[in-house]
Design a protein around this ligand. Sequence first.
Ligand SMILES: NC(=O)c1ccc[n+]([C@@H]2O[C@H](COP(=O)([O-])OP(=O)(O)OC[C@H]3O[C@@H](n4cnc5c(N)ncnc54)[C@H](O)[C@@H]3O)[C@@H](O)[C@H]2O)c1
Length: 288
Amino acid sequence: MKIAILGLGYVGLTAAACLASQGHTIIGIDPSQTKVDDVLAGRSPIVEPGVAELIAEARERGLITAETSLVAEVASCELAIVCVGTPSAVDGSHNMGYIAEVSRQLAELMKAHPGRNLTVAYRSTVRPGTMEDLVQPIFDSVLGDAASSVELVYYPEFLRESTAVQDYFSPPKIVIGTKTGAPCETLDKINVGIDAPVFYVRYPESEITKFVDNSFHAVKIVYANEIGRVCAQLGINAAEVHQIFVSDTKLNISPYYLRPGGAFGGHVFPRTFVLCSISRVVQVASRI
Ligand SMILES: NC(=O)c1ccc[n+]([C@@H]2O[C@H](COP(=O)([O-])OP(=O)(O)OC[C@H]3O[C@@H](n4cnc5c(N)ncnc54)[C@H](O)[C@@H]3O)[C@@H](O)[C@H]2O)c1
């Protein structure tokens, strides 16, 4: 498949390298001349295990090229994957400027090439509502009735830096958000052979997925550190406690107690406050 990738950072370049290794033809777009020059020279502009080798091989096989702006050839691609940055501001909000800009550029390109069809899959992390309130209106306003020639999909990325290639081919899950929650044939084609559960949902459910995952990971880290602090203050071996805790995949590392619903109660759970109390006493004591 001929695929355009917009944004050659960690996410975009890893996708470019992995998709080219599967035989797809890639046009990478990034305003950074340095990144484009690197790719054209068969080098990786990012430091990520495995990516440099895959980019060199893809360049040798003539499967990857790169440009600093959208070229007409992108209109002949079956799929465009948007991987531009969505940096956070100090107040916690996300800058959606690059998403808006790239959407407008793609819409203008498709307007200049009537009769062509393109699936545009957004991999950047976007806040819920972005597809319906920002992206779709841009395509509608530029293309009018011809907006149906573009299929918009939200396709969150779950890779981790340092294991990005491995995570690309073996993700924890594949989440695909479409307008109605119906499947997207183009993404199904690029995911053939990837062994992961696939969830087709509407845009908002797919957009919130990354925030739910990342906030849970943050909760886990804070919780683990808090337990570690309490153990340290009480002279308890935190590593042993950790081993016991994670060995329990029935109630601890499991879907139990995670379904949204009622508050907790009964005889047992309120006693967890004892731990919180210990932690507070320890904290207060350590300040004396
Ligand atoms: N890095 C990660 O581990 C990771 C994991 C999952 C999701 N994400 C999300 O994926 C997105 C990209 O992350 P990243 O780490 O690759 O970011 P990055 O900053 O490394 O790369 C973004 C790239 O987009 C390019 N760009 C900006 N405007 C452009 C335009 N108009 N056309 C083409 N390219 C343009 C920039 O030059 C830059 O090279 C973010 O939303 C991020 O939150 C990142």
